[in-house]
Design a protein around this ligand. Structure first.
Ligand code: HEM
Length: 356
């Protein structure tokens, strides 16, 4: 437990420092090629939750003491062995190593982190609260029609990247692996510790794929954003917090039709997205592609119509302002909402506490 605590505080410190550094450097560099976070694969937050360091994660420590953890960890039907916390630690390290592997150096901005975050979000964001369908449980995106819908274009890249890890650790379900990869990616790119716990099981086929249309369309406006995220059970503040993930990664014309990164440091988790939304002047980009916005200063950054809706809508905007001013508040709120997102529709055992 103390080791977990130590890890967490060391990581929090490094993360703070790297964040300050990355923000200080942001105007100087165009696209970062280095991830801000240490690549140790230590992951204090995730494991503090798994181990449940008292006062930080709470949850599974209690569960472990009561003997629930072993029962919980062995309840994955795909398991051929009884995975322990140490086994998940190995998977976490494999994901962290993959993100910063040599292969990653030639990919986009030098990290697979952003696309792993997008995979975790898209497999979870199909959840519908009213019918309790969709969500990360099942990993149905392995199958058509979900694998082929326009919103998931390009995510085959992330799924293929994780395949060797699944082969090496066959006891982990795809749904646990994809969501864990998202959590690890956030942390490794300098973001907050994400509470994550195992327990998802995989569906054998695509019979229960959620219908197309459950993920947001970047060409639309505030009402559409609310329709999509309220359906999952999120409120306005959580919608804005989650949207801050667009500090990371970029749009690809051959995937979504949109093009370019949102920030100058697309492999560093930060509140830069909110600052840019407010501080920059955004003009409609003159091009043959779909409507998107570009910054007046460098003309190298982009915003989707849905991103602009966050500053144009009077109920979303105060949260954009809050997160632009207070990066700690953004980190805290993002961590909670992202953890909730990864757990939507997952039937964890009753006795286990929620990742709150
Ligand atoms: C209104 C809500 C949202 C819309 C319309 C939206 C739309 C998009 C689009 C069009 C792309 C570009 C895909 C490509 O061309 O490769 C993208 C990328 C991305 N999105 Fe979102 N998104 C939304 C919310 C979120 C949320 C909630 C998260 C995570 C919590 C997220 C994380 C990401 C990341 C990390 C990327 C970069 C992927 C990469 O670099 O390959 N997005 N999003």
């Amino acid at each position: 437990m103390f080791a977990s605590l130590r890890l967490l505080s060391r990581r929090a410190l490094v993360s703070q420092v790297s964040r300050v550094q990355s923000l200080a450097q942001a105007p100087l560099r165009q696209f970062s090629t280095e991830a801000a976070a240490p690549k140790s694969g230590g992951g204090g937050g995730t494991w503090a939750f798994l181990f449940g360091a008292a006062g930080i994660g709470g949850g599974l420590y209690y569960a472990k003491e009561k003997g629930y953890l072993d029962e919980f960890l062995s309840s994955t039907p795909a398991a051929t062995t009884q995975p322990k916390v140490q086994d998940y630690e190995k998977v976490r390290k494999a994901i962290a190593d993959l993100m910063s592997s040599e292969k990653a150096e030639d990919y986009d901005d030098g990290s697979f982190g952003p696309i792993l975050v997008r995979l975790a979000w898209h497999c979870s964001g199909s959840y519908d609260k009213a019918t309790n369908t969709g969500g990360s449980n099942g990993a149905t995106m392995r199958f058509p029609p979900e694998s082929d819908i326009g919103a998931n274009k390009g995510l085959d890249v992330a799924r293929k990247l994780l395949e060797p890890i699944k082969e090496q650790y066959p006891w982990i379900s795809y749904s646990d692996l994809w969501t864990l990869a998202g959590a690890v990616a956030i942390e490794e790119m300098g973001g907050p510790p994400i509470k994550w716990r195992p327990g998802r099981t995989d569906q054998p086929d695509g019979k229960n794929c959620p219908p197309d249309g459950r993920l947001p369309d970047g060409a639309k406006g505030a009402q559409h954003i609310r329709d999509i995220f309220y359906r999952m059970g999120f409120n306005d503040q959580e919608i804005v917090a989650l949207s801050g993930a667009h500090a990371l990664g970029r749009c690809h014309a051959d995937r979504s039709g949109f093009e370019g990164p949102w920030t100058h440091s697309p492999i560093t988790f930060s509140n830069e997205y909110f600052k840019l939304l407010l501080d920059e002047k955004w003009n409609k980009k003159k091009w043959k592609g779909p409507v998107q916005y570009e910054d007046k200063t460098s003309k190298s950054l982009m915003m989707l119509p849905t991103d602009m809706a966050l500053v144009w809508d009077k109920k979303f905007r105060p949260y954009v302002e809050l997160y632009a001013k207070d990066d700690q508040k953004f980190f805290d709120d993002f961590a909670k909402a992202f953890s909730t997102l990864l757990e939507l529709g997952v039937p964890f055992k009753e006795e286990l506490p929620k990742a709150a």
